[in-house]
Design a protein around this ligand. Structure first.
Ligand code: ASP
Ligand code: MG
Length: 405
């Protein structure tokens, strides 16, 4: 008997029919002799709708209230799913994040899980129940409701799986797995059977939407195998696990792209110790994640500092950076929201030269200008104009022969 944690995304439970379909899949898993814990997202666009409602009554809804409002989305889907299972004759019980022992810090709207106390879930399993846990939510030590940030149900699922010592965490969604590139841009993209945690983490952090990066990080930490597969078919999906691809000859595993990029350049700042800290410390305090950072070589002790953030953070970032830039003697702040990132990712890239050159060559053949470049050991990212993303991803997919992956 295996202990399986399954997660169903919002599109898999978007309406009553889909909830019933998911209930059948869960019932089947249970009938096969497994213990089943299910994490569920809010139905369809519920979370977006709730956010819209909040903004209809307030320009700046209190974060605490907003989290309680959003929490209800997953409560609806989890209770309906438990009812659908009941009508199939299955014993099922729904739990909120708090009831499932998911304790978080108190950063509303992007809380971090501090610990999971699985006692209640374990007891329900012992009673032969299927346990349906509302995703994306937790509770602080003060009993305030928190949410984990958009897409957070993946993180709930992996955290629960780790705390229960489950055999596998299965993430069911509306695509068939992890692809070598977004199939909407590259029709010949192929599905990967397996991918390592590190590679998947880079893919997810640099734009692949199929799984939330924090969930991959947790999977890696606890060595929990994660299956990503479709809730609408029975095809096998992609398994994310330890070191899947060491021997793969074509060492680029996938191309990721992300159009959620805003670039900020602080022009003409004095080049002396403390300037970068003065600019980035307040951003860190405001919990803003800064991605690419480039400081130019200085001319006559004056330099430019460029970095990127998510577009949704731009207003907040500017309200922090502009006054700081002024106070350290910067000339002006310039922003650009017409950019995108394209990345090549592969664990085999480390220790092997030539990947960067091949990437830049493929982009230059398309006449695509590279504005900024960043790398990790297993990733190279170029920032380019947003309107060339499709061409870039296609050219890179071809240059690295991923259609035969
Ligand atoms: N319902 C939340 C969202 O839409 C969490 C999730 O779907 O994972 O972001
Ligand atoms: Mg959702």
């Amino acid at each position: 008997m295996a202990l399986i944690v399954q997660k169903y995304g919002g599109s898999s439970v978007a309406d009553a029919e889909k909830i019933k379909n998911v209930a059948c899949r869960i019932a089947k898993t249970k009938e096969e002799g497994n213990q089943v814990v299910v994490v569920v997202s809010a139905m369809g666009d519920t979370t977006d709708e709730l956010i819209r409602m909040a903004h209809q009554v307030s320009q700046q809804p209190q974060e605490r209230e907003l989290d309680v409002l959003l929490f209800t989305g997953e409560v609806i889907s989890s209770t309906l799913l438990a009812m659908a299972l009941g009508s199939l004759g299955c014993k099922a019980v729904s739990l909120t994040g708090a009831q499932a022992g998911i304790q978080t810090d108190s950063t509303y709207s992007r809380a971090r899980i501090l610990r999971v106390d699985p006692k209640r879930t374990v007891n329900e399993l012992a009673e032969d129940n299927i346990v349906i846990v509302a995703g994306f939510q937790g509770v602080t030590s003060n009993m305030d409701i928190t949410t984990l940030g958009r897409g957070g149900s993946d993180t709930t699922a992996v955290a629960l799986a780790a705390s229960l010592n489950a055999d596998v965490c299965q993430i069911y969604t509306d695509v068939e797995g992890v692809y070598t590139a977004d199939p909407r841009l590259v029709p010949e993209a192929s599905k990967l059977d397996k991918i390592g945690y590190e590679e998947m983490l880079e893919m997810a952090s640099y734009g692949a939407k199929v799984i939330h990066p924090r969930a991959v990080e947790l999977g890696q930490l606890y060595n929990m195998p994660i299956l990503v597969a479709s809730s609408f078919s029975d095809r096998p999906g992609t398994i994310i696990c330890k070191e899947a691809s060491m021997e793969v000859k074509n060492k680029v595993r996938g191309i990721a792209h992300d159009t959620d990029v805003a670039k900020i350049t602080v022009v003409g700042v004095p080049d002396h110790p403390g300037i970068a800290a003065a600019i980035f410390e307040p951003l860190a305090k405001a919990n803003i994640s800064v991605d690419t950072i480039v400081q130019n070589a200085s001319i006559e002790n004056i330099t430019d500092l460029t970095f990127t953030v998510a577009r949704s953070d731009l207003n907040k970032v500017m309200s922090i950076v502009e006054p700081v830039a002024k106070s350290v003697g910067g000339k002006q702040c310039v922003t650009d929201c017409t950019l995108a990132k394209v990345s090549i990712i592969g664990a085999g890239m480390q220790n092997t030269p030539g990947y960067a050159a091949r990437m830049f060559h493929a982009l230059s053949e398309q006449g695509i200008n590279i504005q900024l470049i960043t790398t990790s050991e297993i990733r190279i990212t170029c920032i380019i104009s947003e309107d060339r993303v499709k061409d870039a991803v296609r050219a890179l997919h071809k240059a690295f022969e991923l259609e035969i992956a």
